[in-house]
Design a protein around this ligand. Structure first.
Ligand code: MG
Length: 244
């Protein structure tokens, strides 16, 4: 009999708490943690907590592929690919991040398809968001501007004319690897091209692979950001990153 009474009491007690949760709006308010206050930048300017990787005046955050001073052309507030000198990469490594980068294909149109204003933004030195002049320039869809190269076609073509500045805003989650060297959690990427969503939380299949299918190879949690020398004088400016 006592056992039955206890059960009835517990049931009543649980129902009473539940009904309080139902009636009381404060019971579902969370006051911790408090998100840090961040001052938003004007338009595409770096917010207060961003690491500025290139502000138009110096390449001190960058090296060439051999770890020497980056040999691209620095002029007029931007840096331009010096064809033949190779890609450049950041001295620091990054993992999960929000990246803002502005790029410009040459105003003088030369070549076609993959040969017109080709470069690339490589997250962790491996995973490429394609940079290409895709204004009236047809190429394979998974190789056009804003594609995850050879993996994911952009949702739309938001390209501006050659010679105009364009933006990529990228939200990237780095892959996680298990002890046996296999990928445990693949990388994910969201990309806005000139403010338009073109990649929506795409699961990256592996490093950029020109021939064949991508396959993950384990790497560190933080790896450099790199920009590709594909033989075309593509320019970059206003590069900033927020580590997540
Ligand atoms: Mg490329």
């Amino acid at each position: 009999m006592k056992k039955v009474n206890l059960c009835v009491f517990l049931l009543f007690f649980t129902c009473a708490i539940f009904s309080q949760v139902q009636k009381n709006p404060e019971s579902t308010e969370l006051w911790a943690p408090v998100p840090p206050v961040v001052t938003p930048g004007e338009c595409t300017a770096a917010p207060s907590d961003a690491i500025v990787l290139f502000n138009g005046t110096d390449l001190s955050e960058w090296t060439n592929e051999k770890g020497e001073a980056a040999g691209w052309t620095l002029a007029d507030g931007c840096v331009t690919v010096m064809p033949g000198t190779g890609s450049i990469k950041t001295k620091r490594g990054f993992g999960d991040c929000q990246l803002h980068i502005e790029w410009r294909a040459p105003a003088a149109v030369n070549g076609e398809g993959q040969g017109r204003g080709n470069s690339g933004v490589f997250l962790q030195d491996r995973y490429e968001v394609q940079v290409l002049d895709c204004y009236n320039n047809r190429t394979y869809s998974n190789g056009q501007a804003g594609s995850i190269y050879k993996q994911s076609i952009p949702l739309v073509n938001a390209s501006k004319k050659p010679g105009e500045w364009q933006t990529y805003d990228i939200i990237y989650q780095a892959p996680r690897f298990s002890d046996n060297g296999r990928v445990a959690i693949p990388a994910r990427i969201t990309v806005l091209h000139n403010g338009v969503l073109i990649q929506n939380n795409f699961e990256i299949q592996g490093p950029m692979t020109f021939i064949g299918l991508p396959e993950y190879v384990p790497h560190g949690m933080k790896e450099p950001l790199s920009l590709q020398d594909h033989g075309n004088p593509v320019s970059y400016r206003n590069i900033w990153i927020r580590e997540l």
